[in-house]
Design a protein around this ligand. Structure first.
Ligand code: SF4
Ligand code: SF4
Length: 357
C-alpha cells in the first residue's frame, strides 16, 4: 500500500512538475523566440504593430486575434465546467510561481551551521526571479534583447523602468506575502466559479460515506471497504460530518467502536496540508483552489493505516439519487457553442483581413 500511495502521489506530482516546467519555459522563453529574424511574439505598442509567428499585423487587423482569445476563454470555461479547476491546480501563473517559490524554500532549507544562510539566500534568489519575471513580461512589448541591453547600460525609458519594477515587485510580493490569498480574494476566475460550474462538475472532495464516523483506532482495524460495515448512505454520512463540524450545535459525537468507524482516522493531515486552512471533510467549498495537497496528505495517511487510497479524491458530488447526475448540461453546451461561434468569427474575420491586404 505504501508503494501504491507513493506511486499515486508521484504521478500527480509528475503532472504538476511537467505543467510547471512547461508554463515557466513558455513564459520565460517566448520573448526570445525568433521566426525569420523577427520575434515570434511581439506586441509593439509604440510602433502600433503586432508580430505573431512571422505575421505582421496592425492593431486594426487584429480582430481575428480577439475572437481567438474569446474562444480560448470559452474553452477554459468549458474545461472547468466538465473537469473542475484543473487550470488552478496545474497551470495558473500564481500556482506555478508559488510552487517555484516553495521548491526554492525546500532547496534553501539548510541544516546545522548553514541554517542561517537559507532565508537571505532564498529572498535574494526570489528577488532575482521576480526581476526576471518583470523583464520577461515587458519583453512581450519591447524586443527583450534590447531591453536587457538597455537595463545593463541604464538607458531604458521611464515607462520600461516603471513596468519592469511594477511586475517584478508584484511577482515578489504576490508569492511571498499573498500566495493563495490571491486565489481566495482577488482572482476573478475564482470568483465566477459558481457561474461556470454545475452540480456535476468534479471537485476535490472527501468520501464521507466511506470516512464517517471518523476517529482514531488501532492499526488492526481493516478498511470499511474490506469489512461488513461497508459504506454509509449519503444522508447518514452528511449527518456525521455536520455533527463533527458543529459540536456546539449538535453535541459531542458518541464514541464509536472500531467496527463502526469509517476510514477517516481524524489525523488532521488534510487540514494541515491545506494552504488556505480548509477542512475538506466539511464539504465542497467555493474557496477550494483544487491544489490537491489534502489528497496527497490523506493518501499518505491511508497508506500508513494500510487502507485503500482516495478517501479524498477528485470526483462528482456524492448523492443518493441520480437527479443531480442526469439530464442535459446547459453550461458546458453553452460554452462549447460560444467557443465554436468565436472560432468561426475568427476564421471569417481572418479571411476578410487577408482579402483586404
Ligand atoms: S488542500 Fe485545501 S485548497 Fe487544496 S484541494 Fe484540498 S481543500 Fe482545496
Ligand atoms: S488526512 Fe484523511 S484520514 Fe486524516 S483527517 Fe484528513 S480525511 Fe481523515
Amino acid at each position: 500500500m505504501g508503494e501504491a500511495s507513493a506511486k499515486s502521489s508521484r504521478s500527480r506530482d509528475s503532472i504538476r512538475q511537467l505543467t510547471t516546467t512547461a508554463m515557466l519555459a513558455a513564459f520565460y522563453g517566448l520573448p526570445w523566440l525568433h521566426w525569420n529574424d523577427t520575434p515570434w511574439l511581439l506586441l509593439d505598442i509604440d510602433a502600433r504593430q503586432f508580430q505573431i509567428a512571422g505575421l505582421q499585423m496592425q492593431p486594426e487587423q487584429s480582430l481575428p486575434l480577439l475572437w481567438l482569445a474569446l474562444a480560448a476563454l470559452a474553452l477554459l470555461c468549458l474545461a472547468t465546467s466538465l473537469y473542475g479547476r484543473l487550470w488552478c491546480t496545474y497551470a495558473c501563473p500564481q500556482t506555478v510561481l508559488t510552487r517555484l517559490f516553495r521548491k526554492l524554500t525546500g532547496l534553501t532549507a539548510f541544516k546545522g551551521r548553514m541554517a542561517a544562510l537559507g532565508p537571505p539566500l532564498r529572498q535574494g534568489l526570489w528577488a532575482g526571479i521576480a526581476l526576471w519575471t518583470g523583464i520577461s513580461f515587458v519583453g512581450y512589448f519591447t524586443p527583450i534583447a534590447d531591453l536587457v541591453q538597455g537595463l545593463l547600460s541604464f538607458s531604458l525609458s521611464g515607462w520600461e523602468w516603471f513596468w519592469i519594477s511594477f511586475y517584478g515587485l508584484a511577482t515578489w510580493a504576490n508569492v511571498v506575502y499573498l500566495h493563495e490569498q490571491v486565489c481566495s480574494y482577488l482572482c476573478p476566475y475564482s470568483r465566477i466559479q459558481p457561474l461556470i460550474t454545475d452540480t456535476r462538475t468534479p471537485a476535490i472532495q472527501y468520501n464521507a460515506p466511506r470516512g464517517e464516523p471518523r476517529g482514531p483506532r488501532g492499526l488492526d482495524n481493516a478498511s470499511v471497504l474490506h469489512r461488513s460495515r461497508g459504506l454509509l448512505d449519503a444522508t447518514t454520512a452528511a449527518d456525521y460530518v455536520f455533527r463533527a463540524a458543529h459540536p456546539a450545535i449538535a453535541g459531542a459525537m458518541p464514541n464509536f467502536s472500531p467496527v463502526h468507524l469509517g476510514d477517516c482516522t481524524d489525523c488532521g493531515a488534510c487540514v494541515a496540508a491545506c494552504p488556505i486552512g480548509l477542512d475538506i471533510r466539511n464539504g465542497r467549498s467555493r474557496s477550494c483552489i483544487g491544489c490537491g495537497n489534502c489528497m496527497d496528505a490523506c493518501d499518505d495517511a491511508m497508506a500508513a493505516s494500510h487502507y485503500p487510497l482516495d478517501l479524498i479524491h477528485r470526483a462528482r458530488p456524492i448523492t443518493d439519487g441520480d437527479a443531480a447526475t442526469s439530464g442535459l448540461r446547459i453550461k458546458p453546451l453553452a460554452f462549447a457553442g460560444i467557443a465554436l461561434l468565436c472560432i468561426v468569427l475568427a476564421a471569417f474575420t481572418a479571411a476578410s483581413v487577408v482579402g483586404a491586404a
